[in-house]
Design a protein around this ligand. Structure first.
Ligand code: M6R
Length: 601
């Protein structure tokens, strides 16, 4: 269990705990801090041998990350242990009701309320039937939750419930598992089962049984996990982020695999919305959060250019609550690495309720967003463990481009040879990304040199603008450094006032072989900030000599068409952020206050 928790720690790492059932009694240990702190606790006070247990690693929502608020929550005189992900929205009224019945609470969490309710239902309404008790309890809980429970009377079972929060079953030989994602049990089995939403599962060593909240039997969907435990290991790199930056050539290459027939025609077989519907689309809205939203911004330039369909990109949480104009001719593209981001999931549901068709571009098979979408286009980036998204970003851009080309092909916006030319360029990208990575020492040295900067700015135009935003986000989230990305053209409308002597500014320079005006304008922007004392770090393609005289540092990237440049220009920005955070001595993979999957709204 501790190994599983370590693999899942990227989801939250404020506190951790485990409970085991041995000789008819539950014993537990829990501790604020990372799984390592729990390890120490267990070393001091070892647990008995057991074959049944539950564990948890927490990202605090209700109550600070203290020992008392850590999971499992053990109630009913030590007979019932519960772990929980998500938020129970009606916990306050339930707590009041239970307090009136005489129950006491020792933590500030909503989880303890759910555990107490479960114990009460088991004692008063369904004695001897933990599964039934979980069904009745789940009917009364509002919000989002995955709950796992063990009870001392039942030495052979774990009962779990999920509503709008992930849970997957692992099938072993004479042993079964439950986890938020397959990485929790990947060391033991690759046979997994996807559950539906609002369902209960009871596992024993040899069986699993799924029902809805009302006890009606339900079917799970069995699948094989495509990656192995080694893919989730650091493989000799100092951090997962470092490893994942190096995984990027493969992530892009794998995302392109199997998408073309022998004539080079795009066949996105996971897209099972009928062609007539896709031809009638009159608007695309890309919804996503964080890095995935920046991938959407990059994709917009390409999709509008290739398909001539008006395309908007919106943060999922803003889209959901804005009363957006969505019709049955709107195609919503949901971008998400985890497939579990609650803001994006809620936006997907809202879009479908309005009649839109939804295509999910996700990296995690069987996760909630692809399960609820009308069609899926998976990125094949492999597991992304570091909180800072890197390879998922490049894979999301790649998959969105494939979608754009597919729509252009279907709607006749591009000729076959034009599509083929872009596809060939895309196929050349893994090698070019590798070349950028091969030059990492220069960027790492810059990161170390600039680690004490107070602030770093990033400028870009066209597709370089979202790349600038992504560069700034990376630095904020792992190096805790003030950073901002700007559209280079916006500089003179305000942000240029920030430039003073010694201010580091990254500038993403478009290809001079693309649209002349774009390149020339960015070169002018570099001059403007250089003249005001900025230290300019210029990312420019090989052979672009025009930038040299205005640059304090030039980072070279291979030549590529303008629209494909983000797949290269982002990489030095990731390496830079990783180097700054490392030089500052921070935990690169698990930055403060963050979780990998944001499964609460
Ligand atoms: O799993 P998702 O792609 O839906 O996650 C979206 C964002 O939470 C995520 O990209 C976040 O911004 C990253 N930590 C950025 O590095």
């Amino acid at each position: 269990m501790l190994e599983g928790l370590r693999r899942l720690e990227y989801r939250g790492y404020d506190s951790a705990g485990v409970a085991v059932l041995a000789d008819g009694s539950i014993q537990f240990r829990k501790k604020a801090g990372k799984v390592a702190a729990l390890d120490e606790e267990i070393a001091k006070a070892p647990l008995p041998a057991s074959t049944l247990g539950i564990g948890h690693t927490r990202w605090a929502t209700h109550g600070a990350p203290t020992d008392a608020n850590a999971h499992p929550h053990v109630v009913d005189n030590g007979n019932l242990a519960v772990v929980h992900n998500g938020i129970i929205e009606n916990f306050a009224e339930l707590k009041k009701e239970l307090a009136e019945k005489g129950y006491n609470f020792v933590s500030e969490t909503d989880t303890e309320v759910a555990a107490t309710l479960l114990a009460d239902v088991l004692a008063t309404e369904t004695p001897g039937d933990l599964t039934k008790a979980m069904q009745l309890t789940s009917q009364r809980l509002e919000g989002a939750f995955t709950l796992l429970a063990i009870q001392s009377q039942f030495p052979d079972r774990i009962v779990a419930a999920r509503l709008n929060s992930p849970l997957v079953i692992g099938l072993g030989e004479g042993e079964n598992f439950l986890s938020s994602d397959v990485s929790g049990f990947i060391d033991y089995t690759k046979d997994a089962v996807e559950m539906g939403n609002a369902q209960i599962v009871t596992i024993t060593p040899d069986s699993y049984e799924i029902t809805d909240f009302f006890g009606n039997p339900a079917e799970g969907k069995e699948f094989k996990v495509e990656w192995d435990a080694a893919s989730a290991e650091k493989g000799g790199f100092a951090s997962f982020m470092d490893k994942e930056i190096h995984d990027q050539p493969q992530a892009v290459g794998d995302t392109l695999l199997g998408r073309f027939d022998d004539k080079g025609k795009l066949t996105l077989d996971e897209v099972n919305i009928d062609e007539a519907t896709l031809r009638s689309i009159d608007k695309i809205i890309v919804i996503a959060c964080g890095t995935a939203a920046y991938a959407g911004h990059v994709a917009r330039y390409a999709i509008e250019h290739w398909c001539r369909i008006p395309t908007e990109v919106e943060l999922a949480h803003e889209f959901r609550y804005r009363d957006p104009i969505v019709t049955d001719r709107t195609l919503v593209v949901a971008l998400s690495q985890s497939g579990e981001t609650m803001d994006t999931l809620m936006a997907v549901r809202h879009a479908r309720e309005q009649g839109a068709k939804v295509i999910a571009i996700c990296n995690t098979r069987g996760s909630s967003i692809p399960r609820e979408a009308d069609a899926n286009l998976y990125t094949h980036a492999g597991p992304e463990i570091a909180v800072a998204s890197t390879k998922a970003f490049l894979a999301q851009i790649t998959a969105s481009y494939l979608l754009g080309l597919y729509l252009a092909q279907l709607r006749g916006n591009m000729f076959a040879d034009e599509i083929q030319a872009v596809v060939n360029e895309l196929k050349a990208m893994p090698e070019k990304i590798q070349q950028v990575i091969d030059g990492e020492e220069q960027v790492k040295a810059l990161g170390t040199e600039m680690k004490d900067s107070k602030s770093v700015l990033f400028l870009g135009r066209h597709v370089g603008f979202p790349v600038a935003l992504e560069g700034a986000l990376k630095l904020k989230e792992i190096a805790y450094l003030h950073a901002e990305g700007f559209a280079a053209g916006e500089l003179k409308h305000g942000p240029i006032a920030l430039i003073e002597e010694g201010q580091p500014v990254f500038v993403i320079v478009p290809s001079p072989r693309g649209r002349d005006s774009l390149h020339a304008k960015v070169v002018s922007n570099i001059q403007e900030i250089r003249a005001r004392g900025a230290i300019t770090i210029v990312i420019a393609e090989e052979g672009d000599t025009a930038v040299e005289q205005f640059a304090n540092h030039v980072i070279r990237i291979p030549q590529a068409p303008t629209l494909l440049q983000p797949l290269l220009a982002t990489v030095p920005l990731q390496i830079f952020a990783c180097a700054v955070a490392t030089a500052k001595g921070y935990d690169v993979d698990q930055p403060r206050n963050l979780a990998k999957s944001v499964t609460v709204e």
